[in-house]
Ligand binder design. Structure first.
Ligand code: HEM
Length: 437
């Protein structure tokens, strides 16, 4: 009979002895934590042995666990190599998680107020243990996330993986792309230095240009919290950056991942008949199980990329910080972050409303609905010459526009202005803002 009103661990000890009760208790806790795998199952998986009990315990975490619910239990061997995914989707997720970890660290030492934000940054760089390391990782991770999300998008376009039935996977991907860009943009303001202040002033003034005037003015007011960027704007950007946008990312990441489970990873185009989608039907001999094969490969990528990131920020990369933001001093050249330079480049070719608002809205709007408009069934490269050539042309155009977005193109200050600018010591810390003169 139980010595407590409910069955307890003490009863177990009484019945089985201390050693057995403790070992069984640990095993049961591990099984609960992994949603189905006990210590023996984990050991077998890590050794590469086949599972010793049936039904296969390595499938249970996918059915019963929350996190693995969004990962397929097995993959087709054809999609587990570098091609066709190039691991870009996984790397995008990796960088998002890196941003959360380093971001929480930075939040501890940062207050979103114009009075102290810049001082906090100096503190983080000079006084906080590992502060500069964490800031550099956060900044480099953010840039890498934008890069890998864009490359992942390019690869799903090239392999035609956006086509039926994966239109909505692409659609949620577009939402993730927009959120990623906004995450970066809102983070840009937080150091409250000249670079941040002016780049964001220009960015939000594009929102102000949105027609009709009543919309533009109010969107701008909503973003900045006042006609100009100040305490209200900083607080709003901070809250978007640390709360709303990460929350939305997590929600849409789950939807995006779940859609991949639902439809299966698209196979390399040449392995399927035109118009067919056999991703979900994986023959037994072609199955590569998530536990342990895909999981361990992914962990290996995490280790490799983390090592590369640590090397980068230790020796080669430091996040820039300019002088304290000063609304009275307009820098000679304000440069957008590299991933928005194409937009800044477009602004040099025409009207602010057309180039800064109308065209980008049309471009992104088109990208959202592209899979629904696509009429070619085939995913084969040879059948998609028009789409692939157009894609290549767009990438080339983006590169050219990115160049035109830099101060090297179409910006001529007077010679004395440029010389004085290049001689101001603090401008020298950031080569990208200097003119070739
Ligand atoms: C934070 C951003 C994103 C993350 C973390 C992410 C993650 C992933 C992952 C892990 C996969 C599984 C296949 C793979 O690894 O390549 C995937 C598939 C896919 N993603 Fe994304 N994605 C993101 C953004 C995007 C964007 C911007 C697009 C396109 C606009 C997109 C479109 C797709 C499509 C169409 C698939 C299905 C691919 C297939 O079945 O072969 N994703 N995504």
């Amino acid at each position: 009979m139980s010595i407590l009103p409910v069955p307890s661990f003490l009863d177990d000890i009484k019945e089985k002895g201390l050693r057995k009760a403790v070992l069984e208790g640990i095993d049961e806790t591990v099984t609960r934590l992994t949603a189905g795998m006990n210590i023996q199952d984990i050991r077998e998986a890590l050794r590469g042995d086949p599972p010793s009990r049936r039904p296969n315990p390595r499938l249970t975490p996918h059915a019963d666990g929350f996190f693995l619910h969004i990962r397929p239990a097995y993959y087709n061997q054809a999609v587990t190599g570098i091609y066709p995914t190039f691991r870009m989707g996984w790397l995008s997720t990796y960088f998002f998680i890196l941003e959360i970890i380093t971001g929480i660290f930075l939040m501890v030492f940062y207050t979103p107020s114009p009075d102290v934000a810049y001082d906090n940054m100096m503190e983080i760089l000079g006084n906080v243990p590992m502060g500069q390391f964490m800031r550099d990782l956060h900044r480099l991770g953010a840039e890498a996330m934008v890069l890998f999300v864009a490359l992942h998008m390019l690869r799903t376009f090239v392999t035609g993986s956006y086509k039926r039935p994966r239109q909505f996977t692409w659609f949620t991907g577009m939402i993730l792309l927009m959120i990623t860009l906004f995450l970066s943009f809102t983070g840009y303001l937080l150091p409250w230095d000249q670079l941040a202040f002016w780049a964001v002033t220009i960015g939000t003034s594009m929102a102000e240009a949105a027609p009709p005037e009543v919309v533009g003015t109010n969107v701008n007011l909503l973003l900045r919290g006042a006609p100009d960027i100040g305490a209200g704007g900083l607080l709003r950007f901070y809250l978007l950056h640390v709360l709303l946008l990460p929350l939305l990312t997590i929600i849409f990441l789950f939807v995006h991942y779940y859609k991949v489970v639902l439809h299966g990873h698209s196979l390399p185009p040449k392995l399927e008949e035109v118009g067919q989608d056999t991703a979900k039907r994986v023959p037994v001999e072609k199955r590569v199980y998530f536990i342990p094969d895909v999981l361990t490969t992914e962990l290996m990528w995490v280790a490799g990329v983390s090592f590369a990131m640590v090397m980068m920020v230790t020796w080669f990369y430091h996040a820039p910080l300019e002088n304290h933001a000063d609304p009275q001093v307009t820098p000679l050249h304000t440069v957008a972050p590299w991933y928005f330079l194409w937009l800044q480049g477009m602004l040099k070719f025409g009207d602010k409303v057309l180039m800064g608002v109308v065209l980008p809205t049309i471009i992104f709007g088109f990208l959202f609905v592209m899979p629904y408009l696509d009429v070619t069934k085939s995913r084969r490269y040879a059948h998609r010459r028009f789409a692939l050539s157009t894609g290549a042309l767009v990438v080339a155009l983006l590169i050219v526009l990115t160049f035109t977005g830099t101060p090297y193109y179409g910006v001529e200050g007077s010679a004395d202005q440029e010389v004085t600018e290049s001689m101001i010591p603090w401008r020298k810390t950031r080569p990208a803002t200097r003119h070739p003169l």
